[in-house]
Design a protein around this ligand. Structure first.
Ligand SMILES: [Zn+2]
Length: 59
């Protein structure tokens, strides 16, 4: 899933361990799962690429 630049928070679920984690939609850093260290979000060109399941987009 590729998201346009946004200032939303996105709740993602780690596909490996099921951990819920909230990431900022405009983050410029990679986000890893706080439990198992799986890469959840990649970045590039001002967009984030979510590499795991999106549970909810928070507004
Ligand atoms: Zn995990």
């Amino acid at each position: 899933m590729v998201m346009n630049p946004t200032s939303k928070f996105v709740k993602v679920v780690c596909v490996r361990c099921g951990n819920n984690q909230i990431v900022f939609g405009k983050s410029s850093i990679k986000v890893k799962c706080s439990k198992c260290n799986k890469l959840l979000v990649k970045t590039g060109g001002g967009k984030i690429k979510i590499k795991t399941l999106v549970r909810e987009v928070l507004r």
